[in-house]
Design a protein around this ligand. Structure first.
Ligand code: ZN
Length: 313
């Protein structure tokens, strides 16, 4: 029997899936709760196409995520096949994109200088083609990158000779006590299991290693366009800090300042240092309950504001 609601069937047809993947209700990636409230039902499936794929807000911590989740293989297929074709309609990166990635890497390198005085081992999780690594490579960093986007990784690896591998971040190898710097620039929103990814990063980090997280953050336009099907979750400054703390990092800077330059409008960043020790589940929960959370109304206001101002244009 097909357990999927009708909108999921429509969605699978839209992405061109030949298999009938079953969608299940997801739990909050930050606090683990299933207690949530739908914040928007209809979202963007593509630039000019909208459809139902509910996004909800956690009633415990205020984190926003897609209410339904497919299995890991669906996302593997999604990013290796459907994603490029339906979203970008291309499988080769444009020269503008490549240049932008490199320039973002340069700006990030400059920004991080004050936190990391010497070069070491780094990884870019969700690196795409991997050009953000170029400025670090030039300065003597030992770099690696990974991404599930087969076409982009192959371009980076074989055309540009960059040290990138095609894999889902959940499957990356743990290198104990190895990295001095881990960057995840807008990929935690797309991966299947951000906790598994961060847990692997945590096990691979040296004490005091830096973690840089970038997320889409602040909405720039109405919610119908902000929420789209390839973002499985949406971080705020508060939830970026929470997920870092959960995995043993101490946030030292959380900002909307464009640390990778002006090309990603609305980006937010959180930089943290690895404490060497994971917080207990009990202490993490107490932290949230003591007030490090956002209410549905606070979160909804950010979207309502843009929906209102957009409707007056
Ligand atoms: Zn939560």
């Amino acid at each position: 029997m097909d357990k999927n609601p009708n909108f999921i069937k429509k969605y699978l047809k839209f992405v061109g899936s030949k298999e009938n993947f079953v969608a299940k209700e997801a739990k909050c990636d930050v606090c683990g709760s299933y207690d949530n409230k739908v914040i928007r039902e209809k979202i963007s499936w593509n630039n000019d196409r909208f459809g139902i794929l509910p996004v909800c807000c956690c009633n415990v911590c205020g984190f926003i995520f897609q209410k339904y989740k497919f299995n890991k293989r669906f996302y593997q297929l999604f990013y290796s096949e459907y994603y490029r074709k339906i979203i970008f309609n291309d499988i080769i990166p444009s020269s503008t994109f490549i240049k932008d990635q490199e320039s973002r890497g340069k700006k990030l390198f400059q920004f991080l200088k004050k936190y990391n005085s010497k070069s070491g081992n780094m990884i870019d999780v969700g690196s795409g083609i991997g050009t953000m690594l170029k400025p670090f490579l030039k300065k003597g960093w030992n770099c690696e990158g990974n991404d599930p986007d087969f076409h982009f990784v192959n371009y980076g690896k074989y055309k540009l000779k960059l040290p990138v591998e095609c894999l889902q971040a959940e499957d990356m190898q743990i290198k104990k006590n190895y990295y001095d710097l881990i960057i995840i620039m807008g990929s935690l929103e797309h991966c299947y299991d951000p906790n598994k990814v961060l847990s692997k990063c945590e096990k691979s980090s040296k004490k005091n290693a830096l973690l840089v997280l970038e997320a889409r953050g602040d909405p720039q336009s109405n919610s119908r366009n902000y929420f789209n099907h390839n973002h499985h979750r949406y971080f705020s400054k508060n939830s970026l800090e929470l997920i870092m703390i959960k995995h043993g990092w101490m946030p030292i800077l959380t900002t909307s300042y464009p640390i990778t330059g002006p090309t990603r409008k609305g980006g937010i960043y959180c930089i943290g240092r690895y404490t060497g020790k994971k917080i207990s589940a009990k202490s993490f929960r107490s932290l949230i309950l003591s007030g490090k959370k956002e209410s549905f109304d606070t979160v909804d206001f950010r979207f309502k504001y843009h929906d209102y101002t957009d409707s007056k244009k």
